[in-house]
Design a protein around this ligand. Structure first.
Ligand code: FES
Length: 103
């Protein structure tokens, strides 16, 4: 087992659907959702287009890039970009347009 594998996985819950999946710190919240066959709205997947902007109801994240495209006001209101956000705790996100992928 590598050091990365030894990191704890956190639980991410997508509201209002109530779907849950595990995310390890090295995976973005979006990449982990994909692995769990949950599709979050996305375009660039690199923190610039803001297609994935959604509200974090609870939890802590860190960003994998220095300047994610979220304003200070949006951050204060809990908005995050899951394509470049990594879980630092269990996280609850509100993503009304999330959908389950077949398979
Ligand atoms: S998909 Fe473009 S900012 Fe997240």
């Amino acid at each position: 087992m590598s050091a990365e594998d030894a990191r704890p996985a956190f639980t991410v819950r997508i509201e209002p659907a109530g779907w849950e999946y595990a995310a390890r710190g090295e995976q973005s919240l979006m990449a982990a959702a994909r692995a769990a066959r949950i599709d979050l709205p996305a375009s660039c997947r690199n923190g610039t287009c803001r297609t994935c902007l959604c509200r974090m109801v609870s939890g802590q994240i860190r960003y994998g890039i220095d300047w994610p495209g979220v304003s200070r006001e949006e951050k204060a209101e809990g908005y995050i970009l899951p394509c470049v956000a990594h879980a630092e705790s269990d996280v609850v996100l509100t993503v009304p347009h999330a959908r389950k992928l077949p398979g």
